[in-house]
Design a protein around this ligand. Structure first.
Ligand code: ADP
Ligand code: MN
Ligand code: MN
Ligand code: MN
Ligand code: MN
Length: 352
């Protein structure tokens, strides 16, 4: 919005952008409402409703309150879950089941950090900076070095403006964004949300995706979470899930971490159904065991190994405690489903 309008007085009114995951379970809808007061906590924000098909109406129940990085303070963004008339979750609400599982495991204080990868496309749906009629130079050069990952310089990175603006927007909103980096493909990026406890991780990852769509929109750029935009040796896009419980973070935690890896390996097939937007079919395209993607058929646990399915980071091994990294979730996963599955298997010993 031109700054002239951004600076106009709202005569004491507050704009609140209500955001919710739509019926697809993968993208968002949002609409704005004017309030006469500034909501300071979630319970200050009134419920609202929306129509999700010609005849169905659902409640929008506020579950997260953020500063609006587009309209600026005191305006707000409120993230909502969708409830039916009888106050049960709508069929496309995956949050409530996750929340129940997090409640059941709350004594173990599960923390998560998700590494969200994404690719930027021009308005023509072609990856930014890729030649119109082919591919850029291979992502690994003749010396075996990554060309684009964490690179700097014209021609080796594309879209840094968007990554930087998104980073600023997340911090302003109040999200726990841990960092950001250029990824293996030209125009592919990553940011991390975490560590965050329980249900809040899913809320924050979803909100960070909404902010990313909105930032990219200002640059006429499309964001895709497609886990594999080009076949063959080109890298896919993942959403590694770092996970710990209180015991894992305390001295001697490495033993608990290795036990958790074992439990996760045993339930490999079941977990894959929770780890992308197509009950495992998207990951079947991505997990080809090359280009730092984990294999599909088996669950490999590794220390320092960046093609493993589950990795124990080097510093965790050295400190004897910390967290594990489940590298299987795809970029288009539902973070509520991923964290629900991990807690069920590791903390509660429940079948998926
Ligand atoms: P990688 O080395 O795999 O690229 P990153 O640095 O990108 O890892 O991401 C690591 C993520 O793990 C961050 O989001 C960070 O907040 C999160 N994290 C750090 N400590 C913990 C912990 N104890 N439990 C869960 N997540 C954690
Ligand atoms: Mn990372
Ligand atoms: Mn990465
Ligand atoms: Mn990657
Ligand atoms: Mn990782």
């Amino acid at each position: 919005m031109p700054s002239h309008y951004l600076n106009l007085s709202t005569n004491g009114k507050i704009k609140v952008e209500y955001v919710w995951i739509n019926v697809s379970g993968q993208t968002f809808q949002s609409k704005t409402r004017t309030l006469d007061f500034e909501p300071k906590t979630l319970s200050d924000v009134p419920m609202w409703t929306c129509v999700y098909d010609p005849v169905k109406e659902t409640y929008l129940k506020p579950v997260g309150l953020y500063n609006d990085p587009f309209r600026l303070a005191p305006h707000k963004i409120v993230f909502c879950e969708t409830l039916e008339k009888d106050m049960n979750p709508s069929f496309f609400n995956s949050r409530q089941r996750c929340n129940e599982v997090m409640e059941a495991a709350k004594d173990q204080h599960p923390w998560f950090g998700m590494e969200q990868e994404y690719t930027l496309l021009g308005a023509d749906k072609h990856p930014l900076g890729w030649p119109k009629d082919g591919f850029p130079a291979p992502q690994v050069n003749a010396e075996g070095l990554a060309v684009y990952q964490m690179a700097s310089g014209t021609g080796t990175v594309m879209g840094r403006k968007i990554s930087e603006c998104h980073y600023a927007a997340c911090l302003y909103a109040g999200l726990s964004i841990a960092g950001t980096n250029a990824e293996e493909l030209l125009s592919e990026w990553e940011y991390q949300i975490g560590p965050v406890e329980g249900i809040h991780l899913g809320d924050q990852v979803w909100m960070s995706r909404f902010l990313l769509y909105r930032v990219a929109e200002q640059f006429d750029v499309i964001v895709t979470f497609n886990p594999k935009i080009a076949a063959g040796d080109w890298s896919g896009a993942g959403c590694h899930c770092n996970f710990s419980t209180e015991k894992m973070r305390q001295p001697g935690g490495l033993k608990v971490i290795l036990e958790a890896c074992e439990k996760l390996s045993k339930a490999h097939k079941e977990h894959l159904a929770y780890y992308d937007a197509a009950q495992g079919k998207d990951n079947a395209r991505r997990m080809i065991g090359r280009s730092t993607a984990p294999p599909l058929e088996e669950c490999v646990v590794g220390i320092m190994n960046r093609t493993a399915s589950i990795r124990v980071p080097l510093m965790v091994e050295q400190n004897g405690c910390g967290y594990l990294e489940d590298r299987r979730p795809a970029a288009n996963c539902d973070p509520y489903l991923v964290t629900e599955a991990i807690v069920k298997t590791v903390c509660l010993g429940r079948k998926l």
